[in-house]
Design a protein around this ligand. Sequence first.
Ligand code: FE2
Length: 369
Amino acid sequence: MQLQNETQDFLPLLGTDFIELYVGNAKQAAHFYKTAFGFQGLAYSGPETGDKEKVSYVLRQHKITLVLTTPLRPDSPIAAHIHEHGDGVKAIALSVPDARSAFDQTVARGAQPYLNPHTLEDASGKITLSGIHLYGDTVHLFVERKDYTGIFLPGFRAWENNYQPKDVGLLHVDHCVGNVGWNQMNTWVKFYEDIMGFKNILTFDDKQISTEYSALMSKVMSNGNGFIKFPINEPAEGKKKSQVEEYLEFYRGEGVQHIAIATHDIIHTVTQLIDRGVEFLQIPDSYYEKLLSRVGTIDEDLAPLQQLGILVDRDEEGYLLQIFTKPVEDRPTLFFEIIQRKGARSFGAGNFKALFEALEREQELRGNL
Ligand code: FE2
């Protein structure tokens, strides 16, 4: 019965509203995400729209909205964030039916307030925003936009630019992964369970996710309708430094490790991304020798998957294809995953070993293994 679901779900979430990155140069980052990833310019705010403190460019591709924000003054907290972390994800904004209730419900359960609920208005209606703290300096924002018909948020104007490269078929955010410190995974699992009403749907221990050198542990948290999934990684003891430790060192703390974006045609999407200069982790040819015996029959030809370095994994419900970019900053921090699901709802555990060996080759080249 509907009523029961409503009473159980104290934090109904409609989806990912936007992801905001704090970056050193939003104008140039916007160009990169348009050129390399096929986003389109959507909206802009800055001094010309009345914001004297910062500039934001908003980009969109299908249901994914990225906000790129740069401070205009050195004493801005945004400048301090970039100084500490480099470019990275500040906010994962979630669409909610009621941003005041989302704030009240989560804060009552122990969330640290970040942004008190407040309503912004312009000629296109009103939006209520609120926010709570997450791991590190990262935050969740709650966005209530049911009474708004404008382009993004009040305070933004349409950003029109003659340069609109074709999209590459990136559809929506599939999941968004956080790296947290030693022994902190369960703290954040509890945060998502107790404060956000999420459930732990999958667990990987260090025996499943380990190579000769390094290991990590991961738990996947999902909200009630399954639209929002946040895996949480923590480092585990290995012979050498794990990739999560490298991230924590260079991001100087906990933060978003990767954003996974769904496509309906991964071969097309990845071909386009490579043509536009996006760099992906290289997968050894040996991975493909055993692939079909591991995953069984798949619809795709093996040759383009091998040529592009696309990984395949199967679970009880189907299979998935996935690939990981190299970090998109100079620091070895945030990267992207492209994923095509063909029934599978898992996260590619069967690929972890091949993937981590590829990651370690990169880490070794940086002298951090
Ligand atoms: Fe992922």
